[in-house]
Design a protein around this ligand. Structure first.
Ligand code: BDP
Length: 587
């Protein structure tokens, strides 16, 4: 908001109808259900139909727009609708959008009849397939394992299992209007975008900026304000470079993550953009933030909470960042999709570092996905939109193009696919942050892609899925693998490693699924990490237990959390709190 801009939040209790697999026109809202927006719908009513819904659902609400806004530009902005959305305003389809984790907006300036009630219908499809990100299948076969011989299958026409969404990934397919819907009202001649790129030469910051405006006549001004609201730089050019002497850097917590604000003015319009001054660079096997080698301590996360599902939960975000401070973590990865923008704003302020991931998870299984899946164009769009959304967040230090794709069986196809995206991400990000993707446990010698990324990010489950229960063998195998990575002369982050632990399950002799095994697992694997200088970070999987599909390897969700889903600590939190208090952020 600013003196020229008004934001109206359309959150609330909306009307709701479950639909079917195929889109239906003219849906009736007679006898509709009630649903909270924003939030996933799945856990808002305890029925099989809600929880495991497959296909379209329909949301409806009405609102008025005051006539005092006539003559202004009015935009409907959706922060995230998962996964496919069709927007209907006053009976007319006005937009559709694919992809459940990034924002989109629709200009409705000419579609509003002031004084009358406006009817907004949001149709949402949760089907996932080989062209969506994340990737899914429409089938009856569970993600993990298949049925024994002799079990009637759908193909034999005797199935009792319903056809539905079968994710190619390990988190529940929570769907719906997961993030806020807002009306944004601004002058018709307005500031459209601003890109700010910072660099540091000795004590002087270089602030390069590039603003985009819509309109013909207005004068442009940009003023940089420090944290005390002092004006420290000013220009009337729409793009250019400003210099700031004796600058304050954005540094990860517990140092001060100093934030500046750019105030942009164009004609009547005023827009504020927060930013910080910092640099990120990979040099040899080091990851430098503001010129100093950084060590990533933290975890992979999910947006996942009771009742909300994957719906925005600001209270939980604040709690999680506080828990990170408490255990000495300095970073996390937005596994396996971009999170709500509020989380990045919070991390800018709290000095927590983010590896920002696209929703490209599940590119694998079955045939060669690079030949049979149709997601390339969508993947490019997602990268474009992600970088466009998050480019000015200092907390984002690296882009992750995806998680655990197939790279081993079709190495050359994988190489061609990921190199193209790697180059695209570099081209789009003027701040030149490092680019990576996260690779699965595999025959790493056959994988020719991971080693080409700026940082090698590996997920490894030695001692859990592999060499289960035998931590000595696990350590041996992991150590052998690290010899290989050492030769690549790249920095390596262990972006996932972990063991399920059912909170409260204890064993004197560490046994899988007990809290003692989880502790022993990390203690042993970390000993291997600590011997290698090129390892620049450790992200246990996961920060907290989370909900996922039904399967014989999951007990009421994935239990690899350091914390339970309700954020109670498992024993291992004491171990990490001590360990991370002895590992500094830098050097
Ligand atoms: C990894 C995936 C992650 C899973 C994890 C697990 O990247 O999404 O949740 O395995 O199995 O392979 O716990």
């Amino acid at each position: 908001m600013s003196k020229s801009r008004t934001v109206i939040d359309l959150s609330g209790i909306w009307d709701f109808k479950l639909g079917s697999k195929d889109f239906e026109n003219n849906i009736s809202f007679m006898n509709s259900d009630s649903i909270a927006v924003p939030a996933s719908y799945n856990d808002q009513k305890d029925t099989e139909q809600y929880r495991n819904h497959y296909g379209w659902v329909y949301y409806r609400r009405t609102f008025y727009v005051s006539g005092k806004f006539s003559g202004e530009r009015i935009v409907l902005r959706f922060d995230a609708v998962t996964h496919l959305a069709t927007i209907i305003l006053n009976g007319k389809g006005i937009a559709s959008h694919k992809g459940g984790f990034l924002p989109f907006d629709v200009d409705i300036t000419d579609k509003i009849d002031f004084d009358s009630e406006q009817e907004l219908i949001v149709c949402v499809d949760n089907k996932i397939n080989h062209s969506t990100l994340p990737v899914g299948n429409e089938s009856t076969i569970a993600f993990f394992g298949s049925d024994n011989a002799g079990i009637p299958s759908v193909e034999a026409g005797k199935a009792h299992k319903k056809k539905g969404n079968v994710p190619n990934f390990d988190f529940f397919n929570f769907s719906g209007i997961n993030r806020p819907v807002r009306l944004c009202i601004m002058p018709k001649e307005y500031i459209k975008d601003i890109t700010i790129v910072t660099d540091l030469i000795n004590d002087t910051a270089k602030i390069s900026y590039d603003a985009e405006v819509c309109g013909k006549g207005g004068n442009f001004k940009i003023t940089i304000l420090d944290e005390d609201k002092n004006e420290v730089a000013y220009s009337e050019e729409i793009n250019g470079v400003m210099e700031l002497k004796r600058t304050h850097l954005w540094q990860p917590y517990p140092e001060h993550p100093y934030l500046y604000t750019a105030r942009l003015e164009y004609g009547e319009d005023v827009y504020f953009q927060t930013f910080g001054i910092s640099t990120v660079e990979v040099k040899g096997t080091q990851f430098l933030i503001n010129g100093r080698p950084f060590y990533f301590k933290g975890a992979g996360k999910h947006e996942d909470s009771p009742f909300h599902g994957r719906g925005i939960d600001l209270c939980l975000d604040v709690k999680d960042i506080n828990l990170m401070h408490l255990i000495g973590a300095n970073s996390f990865r937005t596994s396996h999709y971009p999170y709500a923008e509020e989380m990045y704003q919070l991390c800018d302020k709290e000095g927590i570092v983010i590896i920002d991931e696209t929703p490209a998870v599940g590119i694998g299984g079955g045939d060669n996905p690079y030949k049979t899946f149709h997601m390339h164009q969508h993947h490019e769009d997602v990268i474009r939109n992600l970088i466009s959304r998050d480019k000015n967040h200092l907390c984002v230090v690296m882009w992750s193009l995806g998680n655990e794709p197939e790279v081993e069986r079709y190495p050359q196809d994988a190489y061609d696919y990921w190199q193209k995206l790697y180059k695209l991400a570099h081209k789009l990000d003027h701040q030149s942050r490092p680019v990576t993707f996260v690779c699965c446990q595999n025959d790493y010698k056959k994988d020719i892609v991971t080693r080409t990324m700026d940082v090698v990010c590996i997920n490894r489950y030695y001692g859990w899925y592999n060499l289960s229960g035998d931590l000595d063998a696990a350590c041996y195998a992991f150590d052998v693998e690290l010899d290989f990575w050492e030769k690549q002369n790249k920095p390596v982050i262990l972006t996932e490693y972990g063991a399920d632990a059912v909170s409260g399950l204890h064993r004197n002799v560490p046994q899988m699924f007990s809290e003692e095994y989880q502790w022993a697992y990390y203690e042993k694997i970390n000993e291997i990490l600590d011997k290698r200088d090129f390892i620049i970070g450790e992200h246990p999987w996961n920060f907290a237990d989370f909900d996922t599909f039904d399967g014989c390897m999951r007990v009421g969700g994935n239990k690899k959390g350091l914390f339970t889903r309700n954020r109670n600590p498992k024993s291992v939190v004491r171990y990490f709190k001590h360990r991370w208090s002895t590992i500094p952020n830098f050097n």
